[in-house]
Design a protein around this ligand. Structure first.
Ligand code: PMP
Length: 319
């Protein structure tokens, strides 16, 4: 641990990897499940890493110039990560977000100095359940504003620096912290940056590590399944679209979780492990337990807790 950091950006990443032994035993699961707690970063999510790396690469390439405005579409966490990085680096930042995401998220971005533009959900939209259609509206607005303001558009769904941050950071850290004792990796995908980056790092060390993507039960598009219900509670993920940075060659299998499983597991993580996760953390751990039940006892499954339950206090996650 560094004693003194030049700025809070030095506190991004290097997050704890924690054995979920109490939950595992209570649920009768034998293999070890390890969770990377990404809410320890300054913006309290996994997206801080990608936010910082995308700005750094853009500065290096000249795509982002001093004094330029930064703009991005976000479900909240990327916006919070960018707001943190832009505050330190001195860029103005505009976040474009669906009104369907939780209130805490845009209030946090505003507190960090960002300008927040909220885009109404598509017809019939349900607050707390942001669909691919909602996201398409946000994308349109972000493009419009970027053109109008001559802003630097981060483009997290396409930007190769997004998975690179997880390949060089999250993935390498998991390998080191587990001392290479990883058999399987499990993660849900929003942009796919976390899954693609971590899986490529782990497979480089050991091609036998099995990497499993998690999808909402009603929208298993990466698995090639039918979308029966694109509306789910796992904000920031499962948009019922194949993200551009998705790489099927890294994916060894597909898992699904229901809203009820994600919520139940997030509550168990809080009460059994003292880990206050968001919906996607609940989903990742629920899926990891499903996989673990099919494995022999000496195996290890690693997963991600992407953000904190504190970002969902306005929802029904923790009544
Ligand atoms: N969980 C949450 C809460 C998120 O906000 C995100 C990112 N939108 C993810 C998981 C998925 O991360 P990625 O974009 O790297 O796939």
């Amino acid at each position: 641990m560094d004693l003194l950091l030049d700025s809070v950006l030095g506190a991004i990443g290097k997050t704890p990897l924690v054995a979920l032994d109490r939950l595992r035993v209570a649920e009768g699961v034998e293999p070890r499940i390890l969770a990377k707690l990404e809410y320890f970063s300054p913006g309290a999510s996994v997206k801080d890493r990608a936010a910082l790396r995308m700005l750094e690469e853009a500065e290096k390439s000249g795509a982002l110039l001093p004094g330029q405005t930064v703009i991005e579409l976000t479900s909240g966490n990327m916006g919070i990560g960018l707001a943190v990085a832009c505050a330190v680096k001195g860029y103005r930042f505009t976040a474009v977000m669906s009104r369907g995401n939780s209130r805490e998220r845009w209030r946090v971005m505003k507190a960090l100095g960002a300008k927040v533009v909220l885009v109404p959900q598509a017809k019939g939209g349900v607050p707390g359940k942001v669909t691919g259609e909602d996201l398409a509206r946000v994308e349109k607005k972000a493009q419009e504003l970027a053109r109008r303001d001559g802003a630097f558009r981060v483009d997290q769904f396409k930007n190769p620096a997004n998975p690179a941050a997880h390949r060089d950071g999250t993935g390498e850290e998991i390998w080191d912290q587990s001392e290479g004792k990883v058999d399987n990796f499990v993660a849900i995908a929003g942009t796919g940056g976390t899954f693609v980056g971590v899986s490529s790092a782990l497979k480089k060390h050991n091609p036998n590590i099995g990497c499993f993507v998690v999808e909402p039960a009603g929208a298993p598009v990466l698995a090639g399944g039918r979308v029966t219900s694109p509306r789910h509670k796992i904000q920031g993920t499962g948009y019922a679209l194949v993200p551009e940075i998705w790489d099927p060659s890294l994916c060894d299998g597909y898992l699904t979780v229901t809203d009820a499983e994600a919520v139940r597991t997030a509550r168990l993580l809080a009460s059994r492990e003292g880990i206050l996760a968001g919906f996607s953390g609940g989903a990742n751990v629920a899926a990891s337990m499903k996989l673990a039940r099919k494995l022999s006892g000496e195996k290890t499954v690693v997963t991600i807790v992407p953000d904190t339950g504190l970002k969902y206090l306005s929802t029904d996650l923790f009544p």
